[in-house]
Design a protein around this ligand. Sequence first.
Ligand SMILES: NC(=O)c1ccc[n+]([C@@H]2O[C@H](COP(=O)([O-])OP(=O)(O)OC[C@H]3O[C@@H](n4cnc5c(N)ncnc54)[C@H](OP(=O)(O)O)[C@@H]3O)[C@@H](O)[C@H]2O)c1
Length: 297
Amino acid sequence: MEKNVTEKNTVSDAKEGGKDRRGERESARENRGGPRPAAVVVGGSSGIGLEVAQALLSKGYAVVNISRSVAKNERLRNITADITQGEELEHALQAAGAEYGNISLLVYSAGFSMAAPVEFARETDIRYLFEVNYFGALRAVRGVLPYMKKQGGKIFLIGSLGSLYPVPFDSFYSSAKAALDMLVKGARTELRRYGITLTAVQPGGTSTSFTFKRKVYPDEENGEYAKDVHKAVAALGNMEQGGMDPQVVAGEIVAQALRANPAVTFATGGKNKVYRMMERLLPEKVAEYFNNKRYNQ
Ligand SMILES: NC(=O)c1ccc[n+]([C@@H]2O[C@H](COP(=O)([O-])OP(=O)(O)OC[C@H]3O[C@@H](n4cnc5c(N)ncnc54)[C@H](OP(=O)(O)O)[C@@H]3O)[C@@H](O)[C@H]2O)c1
């Protein structure tokens, strides 16, 4: 039988000697005759977000997906919005809050990536990338605060291991994801008084359609970097398509979401946890050497 939110917390309490008891009380309160805890996944129409949304359904959450296209699961409530268009995201979050009366979990999984040299990338593309990867996440966090301030809540922003190891020819993506990590760390301190936790998830390569949506500049726009852009894009694509199953990544995110006090940041998968540790331990130039090799630079 599938475990719901409360049951899962009880299991983790037993394992962790009661340190998660606050989580159990909170979840029990939510489930005791009250409304189902509502989770919002921004970017839940495909990939990691869709898997998270489906896993949360099986844990007893009411789940709303916010994205431009509709998630193909009739148990999900879809509200279509383009994060980059005006206040569509804010309005979608308000609609979700009004419909369910609460938002106790936010997972921001929307993302966009590109491949172009620092020297030639157009500022409009870089700004679009920051809109989807950073400003959208910031606005989603602000949008759920009116609900979470009343009852506490958990926020997961899907960043990337690319926030620790720069992706050549997409240093904009790495910059936006590094900014997410710091948003999480700063906002955690501000919001702990309301019982709100934030977590930055740092997946490594994950086999989704993300690879095929990347905006890669044509050779003529990449000038003397064209060959190196090809090598980096191919290496990145191989890492992603040969990487983790999004269902497994989602499983780790949902396991963290069921804890009373989720991690500040965490990498998904054993190999990526080791890479993350190495980045912390190795001298910067050694880490840089290995990263350059990874991208055939
Ligand atoms: N795949 C990887 O290897 C990998 C590795 C590290 C980190 N990540 C991160 O993981 C997250 C999820 O990526 P994924 O691999 O699951 O990719 P994905 O399948 O392409 O999912 C991206 C999601 O973002 C939504 N989205 C994109 N632009 C949007 C916009 N303007 N407005 C509203 N929604 C928008 C998409 O929905 P619509 O198109 O329907 O709007 C989709 O639901 C991203 O933040 C990505 O950076 C991925």
